[in-house]
Design a binder for this molecule. Structure first.
Ligand SMILES: [Mg+2]
Length: 294
């Protein structure tokens, strides 16, 4: 088995840069080569050129994994996760909470096939994009939280998402959406936020405690909350007590969304601007990950 390591030194507010030598040393016997990314989109470009490798070890966060799975051949290649990002949602699905757990999984032979989301979206200039995602998509409130956290608060480490969630709750704006589930008639909804999740986690939040990453379904949360109810909801999720939930929740495997005005779309922490149309299709058990089997 031939491994390539792709390391994003900018992950976790550039803390990963200091861990390059440690990762290199610990994977020297198993990974033939390590490439350190230099710009956004670079991890995807490296993965596209890595067809000679059987496995790609990703040292970064969920945003780096997002780039890699969109460049690699998911039918043939496998990934290993070195969870050195801010939230590390995918690694947490498999109780890989630190670098040691990630290294152990790559050295071991246990693999699991997980569900991924296949997205197609169109922007206001009619450009169409396709992408795979492993964790989360958001429109409205969650997207504004991710954007603000990424741009202004990464220095706070683990606290960047909850702090952003509180600040952005002040500026909640409702917008109109047409939502179609499984090809049924579209339903018009006025919402200030929409979250679609493959994982239990979104950022540091355990937003969908019952979600499973191998059940062929994704979870949907629609919110139309004011500052007070949004903040109560954030607190209830962040504290893990779920004492307050004003949101409409359901699961699906095929969904289309059309917005009246262009929206920024967040996919696994990355932002795509001015999106007017989006479809999400579940691809059950379509990505193979090295895990520790726990
Ligand atoms: Mg699921």
């Amino acid at each position: 088995m031939k491994w390539l390591t792709i390391l994003n030194p900018a992950s976790s507010g550039r803390r990963t840069e200091k861990r390059i030598d440690y990762i290199k040393d610990n994977l020297s016997k198993i990974s033939e080569k390590m490439i350190v990314t230099t710009h956004q989109g670079h991890a995807k470009e490296i993965a596209q050129e890595a067809k000679d490798y059987d496995g790609i070890a990703v040292a970064g966060g969920d945003g780096t994994i997002f780039e890699v799975i969109n460049g690699m051949d998911i039918k043939r290649q496998v990934i290993g996760i070195l969870p050195v990002g801010t939230a590390n949602c995918l690694a947490r699905e498999f109780k890989m909470n630190n670098l040691k757990d990630g290294i152990k999984a790559i050295k071991g032979s246990h693999t699991e096939k997980i569900d991924i989301l296949h997205l197609k979206f169109t922007d206001s200039d009619d450009n169409q994009t396709q992408a795979y995602a492993t964790i989360t998509l958001g429109l409205g409130y969650p997207t504004n939280v991710a954007e603000f956290a990424n741009q202004k608060l990464k220095f706070m480490g683990n606290f960047c998402y909850p702090v952003a969630a509180l600040i952005i709750a002040f500026k909640n704006v409702s917008k109109s959406y047409s939502i179609m589930l499984n090809g049924n008639q579209p339903e018009k909804k006025t919402l200030n936020g929409l979250i679609i999740n493959n994982s239990r986690f979104a950022g540091n939040f355990t937003l969908f405690p019952d979600a499973k990453i191998k059940d062929g379904r994704f979870e949907v949360m629609e919110t139309n909350a004011n500052f007070f109810s949004q903040t109560l909801h954030n607190l209830s999720v962040f504290s893990g007590t779920y004492f307050y939930n004003p949101a409409n929740q359901f699961s699906s495997n095929l969904m289309e969304i059309i917005t009246d005005e262009p929206h920024n779309l967040m996919v696994d922490g990355e932002i795509f601007e001015n999106i007017t149309k989006l479809s999400i299709e579940m691809l059950p058990r379509s990505l193979t990950c090295h895990t520790n089997g726990v």
